[in-house]
Design a protein around this ligand. Structure first.
Ligand SMILES: [Mg+2]
Length: 321
């Protein structure tokens, strides 16, 4: 049996593309190796430093009572859930809140697979609408999409400019460590984070005078490209809605996809779902939603029979218009 081809008629009939995140548009590794450890580190610090504080207790109020006895019990429980990748709703809610801080202070930015942004914009132009269904909380999704890395844009811009001119742009977009150290000496409330509007479009008078010298510009260009955080863009406006396991239900149940169609005021025949998870593909298909499986590097290998059941793509631009 040959692999299943994409049903172009179903694709054309769809008004809405519903997207999974992890393993579909962003790597599983980013979630497991960056986001999960960040949340665990931050929780550990907060649990040790702020256990008695009301704000911390509110943060963990959704956890089962037996896990909230003391900091070590709580941390051990979260470590176990994280290690086993158990998508408990209360953990997802907590992670969303912990990541929010990491995103807003510039510690975390979101990488998408390189094909994703261009193709999503081309689908919007057809036009199709885009929505998200992820086990990450809606709050986590909002932050995930608010700080999307666009490093390729920075590189393209630089290749069109002379080194000197480019250095000026880069330095103005991303203050060097030297500049950030200088800023850290200022009052904390005035310290710019890499995502703040003033950081992406700074008043040059904010920069230390040393950055205005040609010598500094040229000698720090390479270091700046390697060390500074990538430019980011807020992609939230691309999506008409975002769903999680609280607002839609389990990703493994047919009813969740039916509910999403209702919420989007459409019928399953007008929705295409993209996911790396075959169980999710099965549930969506049972609901009548046409599903394409996405097979990215680092995903769990797909069984041979999956290729006989679903169209499988390795990049979104393989869906030809
Ligand atoms: Mg996934």
């Amino acid at each position: 049996m040959s692999p299943v081809a994409i049903n172009i008629e179903r694709w054309k009939a769809a008004d809405i593309v519903l997207l999974d995140i992890e393993g579909t548009i962003s790597s599983i590794s980013f979630v497991k190796d960056t986001l999960y450890p960040y949340a665990l580190r931050r929780l550990t610090r907060l649990a040790h430093e702020s256990w008695e504080q009301e704000s911390f207790q509110e943060l963990i109020e959704g956890f089962p009572e037996e896990t909230r006895g003391d900091a070590e019990t709580l941390i051990a429980h979260v470590e176990e859930l994280t290690r086993k990748d158990i998508k408990a709703v209360y953990l997802k809610q907590l992670q969303g809140k912990l990541w929010k801080q990491g995103y807003s202070n510039g510690e975390i930015t979101t990488p998408l697979y390189p094909d994703v942004l261009t193709i999503l914009e081309s689908w919007l132009a057809i036009p199709k609408k885009l929505a998200i269904f992820s086990s990450g909380s809606v709050e986590a999704q909002l932050n995930f999409f608010k700080y999307i890395e666009i490093p390729q844009l920075a590189t393209a811009e630089l290749s069109q400019k002379g080194n000197d001119e480019a250095a000026t742009d880069v330095l103005e977009t991303h203050p060097t460590e030297e500049a950030q150290v200088d800023e850290s000496k200022q009052d904390d409330t005035s310290r710019k984070c890499p995502h703040s509007p003033s950081a992406t479009n700074p008043d040059s008078s904010d920069l230390p005078s040393s950055l205005s010298t040609k010598k500094t510009k040229t000698t720090t260009l390479e270091a700046t490209l390697n060390e500074s955080p990538p430019k980011t863009r807020d992609l939230n406006p691309l999506f008409i809605n975002k769903f999680d396991t609280v607002t839609a239900g389990s990703k493994l149940e047919k009813a969740s996809y039916e509910k999403i169609c209702e919420e989007l005021e459409t019928v399953p025949e007008k929705v295409v779902f993209l996911t790396d998870n075959v169980k999710e593909a099965t549930a969506a298909t049972q609901a009548g939603v046409y599903t394409i499986v996405v097979d990215r590097p680092g995903n769990a290998p797909l069984a041979d029979e999956i290729f006989d059941t679903y169209p499988v793509i390795t990049a979104l631009d393989q869906i030809h218009l």
